[in-house]
Design a protein around this ligand. Sequence first.
Ligand code: CP
Length: 292
Amino acid sequence: MKNLLSMEHLTNRELISIILRAEEFERGEQPTLARSYNIANLFFEPSTRTSTSFEMAERKLGCTIIPFDANFSSALKGETMYDTVKTLEMIGLDAVVIRAKEDEYYNELLEGINVAVINAGDGAGQHPSQSLLDLYTIHKEFGQFEGLNVTIAGDISHSRVAKSNAIALRNLGVNVRYLCPPEWAGDFEAHHSWDGLIEDSDVVMLLRVQHERHAVNSGFSKESYHEQYGLTVERASKMKKNAIIMHPAPVNRDVEITSELVESERSRIFSQVRNGVYVRMAILETILKGRE
Ligand code: CP
């Protein structure tokens, strides 16, 4: 694995190997990189979890983090993504972690760039490191994937998490169902009511309503969305004994999920965040070792 751009590029074998390595890191195993690598985190869109989780993973791997502030970079003067990354390569970086507004921004980096590129989210495209930490969380819970029922509910068409997880979960033999208002389904065949979905779900994965990607006057009502599509206490009470609740976060409390469920017994929402550090260590180690 030379880069991590989209879940489409990963084989089941590669993603299972990342999950197993993350498990070893969680158990306390030490990284095995030959040297300290130079890494920059280029976040052109806001982030709390992904940016700090990558930085923590980089520190735990003994990498040198070269500061890069997208809001004070020459990208604001119109420098292209290619020229930005090539510049960092010439300065001596080994890898860049990038979040950008444009879907598939990484296509312009496929030719002529020699640093490793890790996609930390591209527009409404892909979010592979989130998907891998979601898979890790599910694997920790159930030990395998085949035959599980996963319901993904929320802002599907704007969600890079839904797209990345759809590919990976299907490849792993998971039965994935989608739930959203008809206008948010995009290319997905989605359900528009919880009927028949809650009782047999092993995982209910909520997605954030991405208000910033919706028209200001879309007529969206938080209350009616919560009533029709949100995970309420009443709905959660019908879940199977061992079923879990997931959400990539940030969470709109009382919109896609009732606030008191966020830290309920079934919820793995904050565990997902912790798992993300081990998974990102595994991703970075795999990619950097592949270049040794
Ligand atoms: N889940 C996720 O990508 O969160 P951030 O936007 O805070 O990184």
